[in-house]
Design a protein around this ligand. Structure first.
Ligand code: C5P
Length: 225
């Protein structure tokens, strides 16, 4: 294989997907696409407009006119919703608590999956999410399924949120992560699931550098084929 490729990174909440995906993209010179940020942006809009989160029709109407833009940055990828910067706002506990229900809706997934495929058609990408290897890019040249123990995931998320100045506690985060994984795994359309041909990487006890390097190695092997 010559040129670029598509790398799909899926896995449960807070497994380190976005941190690693961003670094892998940077090293390879690929575009990083955080699909979770897109579902979060839609959820933010639904909450902002006080739309009924159970009414698919109301939500469809609201999101049909939505523009979501992901802008690459040194530290964080900026998320613009209808032109407004919502990068921090989409990480709130309120958005996190509601995102799985919104992401389970057919209309929402149709809209965002189409957008994700458009983005991947333009350049080589590292895309992270829940259904990238199984549904968005089933032909991706490299698929990774990243996991870690729920305890370590809660610890990492706690540190991340504390650094962002959010008030969080370990037990609440652990519960929130487990509930979100359950909802994401049990939903009807494109649930969180390992693609048959995905490589499992358990990041428990591993450093960011170790995981990044092992994905780069897999990518280089694939590119050499
Ligand atoms: O990746 P992140 O934790 O920010 O994703 C937030 C939520 O968005 C997930 O819990 C899931 O409900 C939804 N999501 C999804 N499919 C994706 C990415 C995220 O359903 N590809």
């Amino acid at each position: 294989m010559t040129g670029g490729m598509r790398i799909a990174i899926d896995g449960p909440a807070a497994a380190g997907k976005s941190t690693i995906a961003k670094l892998v993209a940077k090293k390879l010179g690929y575009t990083y696409i955080d699909t979770g940020a897109m579902y979060r942006a839609i959820t933010f809009k639904v909450l902002q407009h006080a739309a009924d989160p159970r009414s698919e029709e109301e939500i469809m109407q609201l999101i049909s006119q939505t523009d979501i833009e992901l802008q690459p940055g040194e530290q964080v990828q900026k998320v613009l919703l209808d032109g407004a910067d919502v990068t921090d706002a989409i990480r709130s506990h309120e958005v996190t608590a509601n995102v799985s229900a919104i992401a389970a809706m057919t209309a929402v997934r149709k809209l965002l999956v189409a957008k994700q495929r458009q983005l991947a058609a333009k350049s080589s990408v590292v895309m992270d999410g829940r259904d990238i290897g199984t549904s968005v890019l089933p032909e991706a040249e490299l698929k990774i399924f990243m996991t870690a123990s729920v305890e370590e995931r809660a610890e990492r998320r706690l540190l991340e949120e504390q650094q962002r100045g959010m008030s969080s506690d370990y037990e609440t985060l652990k519960r929130e992560i487990s509930e979100r994984d359950k909802a994401d795994s049990e939903r009807k359309i494109s649930p969180l699931k390992k693609a048959e041909d995905a490589i499992i990487i358990d990041t428990t006890g591993k450093t960011i550098e170790e995981v990044t390097n092992s994905i780069i190695e897999y990518a280089e092997k694939r590119l050499a084929q």
